[in-house]
Design a protein around this ligand. Structure first.
Ligand SMILES: Cc1cc2nc3c(=O)[nH]c(=O)nc-3n(C[C@H](O)[C@H](O)[C@H](O)COP(=O)(O)OP(=O)(O)OC[C@H]3O[C@@H](n4cnc5c(N)ncnc54)[C@H](O)[C@@H]3O)c2cc1C
Length: 408
């Protein structure tokens, strides 16, 4: 985005680029998995995609959340592979901006914005759950950390220069920035996925990898992951935006097809059964759009993501599930063929279900935040006074009396 350009004009130029330069190749990249990332990287840097969330002082676009979700939505609408690569790149830029010290930002932001360097995010492990039971650990040895452990499913690990590795340290969980060429660090590509082809995911192994202490992201041991938790919540809104892009595309394809396909002398769009599919799809798209816009706007206004971000991610799963199912049904038998795009989006959508956490874990997270007093709307004081068990008196052991006309 040039300094004299409005976001609307920038968005228009991005759409021109995506539909003329990316969309015509998306099907082929899906089929072969050969998205020419290296060739496209300069174009993406030129378009500002790589510095979309980097601060202006480093030459980034410094987009608001409300603006950025528009980018992610449009990327998802044309190519799942492109969307995944840019999603991971940008969430890591934001992580650096949110968690890094000034010295760390001065060191890595120019490399990202000017030279197109990229970071991957490495939390998930093959032999542990994605949370406090991770096994990767780093011990301090003078002014270095010695890192041991393994990670898998790590997106963009086929090319990134750096890895934000979540590890145990003496004082809590920390993020260590590990350069690709560190001694003792090996990377192996994982097998092909069902969708979002063109993005790659790898297995990482750390065998006594020495990382300088200045690569500990954040102020002190333990602070990086604590500070990152808020940030990671924001990216749940981006998953909602991705699901929205896929759902809008499926809705547009389905309406188009319903008007063209004639059976028993009439376009199927005239049949109430097909209209029911289309009506349900439109309802889902509208609800998710409002949720994503509202959640992003709230982060812009309040500076942090609330329960709305958790709910966006939950809605993303339900909406893409129903919309991609319905789109396949509108297309009938043809929907099952590779050359019809809905099957590609059906497969791409399944990643929204589990990236950055599964729906069941997301439901638990949303419920915990709700029990801690976060509602997805402004609580009315009178309604709170009316309750017997308001949040500030909540006791997880239970036992508060509920006034009933009979004894329990
Ligand atoms: C294509 C792709 C890209 C990815 N990219 C990255 C990446 O870049 N970086 C990264 O760190 N990770 C990445 N992941 C990993 C992803 O975030 C995890 O797969 C996801 O969070 C689920 O973790 P898991 O695979 O270990 O599932 P598991 O933990 O094995 O879960 C299996 C099932 O058990 C349930 N379950 C597990 N534990 C509990 C519990 N305590 N209570 C209740 N239910 C439970 C889960 O909800 C799920 O239904 C990627 C995954 C894929 C497929």
């Amino acid at each position: 985005m040039r300094s004299d350009q409005s976001f609307e004009d920038y968005r228009e130029s991005m759409l021109d680029y995506l539909w003329s330069e990316i969309e015509p190749h998306a099907e082929e990249w899906d089929e072969t998995g050969d998205l020419p990332r290296e060739e496209l990287w300069d174009e993406w840097q030129e378009m500002g995609f790589l510095g979309a969330m980097a601060p202006e002082e480093y030459g980034g676009l410094d987009l608001t959340q409300r603006e950025y979700v528009e980018l992610e939505k449009e990327w998802a609408k044309v190519s799942g592979g492109l969307r995944v690569i840019l999603h991971v790149h940008n969430t890591n830029v934001e992580l650096l901006d949110h968690v890094g010290t000034e010295a760390q930002k001065d060191r890595w932001m120019p490399e990202i914005v000017d030279e197109g360097a990229s970071f991957a995010f490495a939390l998930t492990e093959p032999h542990a759950g994605s949370g406090t039971d991770i096994e990767t650990h780093a011990e301090k040895d003078d002014d270095e950390y010695v890192l041991n452990g393994e990670k898998h499913h790590i997106t963009n690990a086929d090319f990134t220069e750096y890895f934000n590795v979540i590890t145990r340290t003496e004082n809590g969980f920390s993020i260590l920035v590990v350069p690709r060429d560190a001694d003792g660090f090996t990377i192996r590509e994982m097998p092909e996925t069902m969708g979002s082809h063109g993005s790659e995911h790898c297995y990482l192994h750390f065998d006594d990898v020495r990382v300088p202490e200045e690569n500990l992201l954040g102020r002190e041991e333990g602070s990086g992951v604590r500070d990152a938790v808020d940030h990671l919540r924001v990216s749940r809104i981006y998953i909602g935006a991705n699901a929205l892009g896929i759902s809008e595309r499926c809705l547009e394809e389905a309406v188009n097809w319903a008007k063209m396909r004639v059976t028993f002398g009439k376009p199927i769009a005239e049949r109430q059964a097909v209209q029911q599919y289309l009506g349900e799809m439109a309802r889902d798209v509208y609800a998710l759009r409002l949720a994503v816009e509202d959640a992003a706007r709230q982060v812009d206004e309040k500076g942090r993501a609330g329960i709305e971000a958790d709910l966006c991610k939950l809605m993303a799963k339900d909406v893409t599930q129903r919309v991609t199912d319905n789109a396949m049904l509108v297309f009938g038998g043809l929907g099952y063929y590779r050359e019809v795009p809905v099957q590609r989006f059906y497969r791409d959508a399944r990643l929204n279900w589990l990236e950055e956490g599964t729906p069941s874990i997301q439901q638990i997270t949303a419920a915990k935040n709700l029990l801690n007093g976060e509602y997805p709307y402004e609580l009315d004081e009178q309604a709170v006074d009316h309750l017997d068990n308001p949040v500030d008196e909540y006791d997880s052991d239970g036992g508060n009396e509920y006034e009933l006309s009979y004894e329990l």
